[in-house]
Ligand binder design. Sequence first.
Ligand code: AMP
Length: 193
Amino acid sequence: MKRVVLLGPPGAGKGTQSIVICGSLGIPQIATGDILRAAVQGKTELGLQAKSFMDNGQLVPDELVIGLMRVRLLELQEKGEDGFLLDGFPRTLAQAEALDGLLQELRMPLTHVVDLKVDESVLLERIRQRSLQGSGRSDDSAEVATERLKVYWADTAPVSGYYRSQGNYHEVDGLGSVEEVSERILKCLGHVF
Ligand code: AMP
């Protein structure tokens, strides 16, 4: 069974790839960004707390996202589900450490960490295109997207270093068509075509 973390900067294609990979492997996706956006839409307590951070391209405080991840993973285990793919979590070293503790408690260690690598100039161009096309996401304006990229380098890039030293870590080239990239990811997850 695969228990996967998918890492990568904003604009690397994590969301698109997560859906493809989860479909191919038959595992559930847990995307903190999607959960938070739904909470904002539903005006729940979590959503009210998270909204201003998201609108400004900042990270939502660790205790909120760690709390929501805990609930989701417990639900998953209760359902008898053994695999998962985490998209957009962990985004800080504190989240990575909390995840380790949580997965140890649940006896569900990670099997793979996949880090999508995309050149910064390509990311900026993708983000610019996304803001021109209007994705419907309130955090997709060029300014907020640039801020998200800054936050990525400051807070999230160190998470790659955390996993690199732990094993199970795979860097994957994120340049190419959706199919090319998903094939690379599936290969490193040991998927047989
Ligand atoms: P995403 O859809 O993954 O790009 O996430 C959208 C926004 O949700 C981010 O810019 C953050 O404000 C927030 N968010 C999502 N995941 C996390 C996380 N693991 N930690 C903190 N904030 C997060």
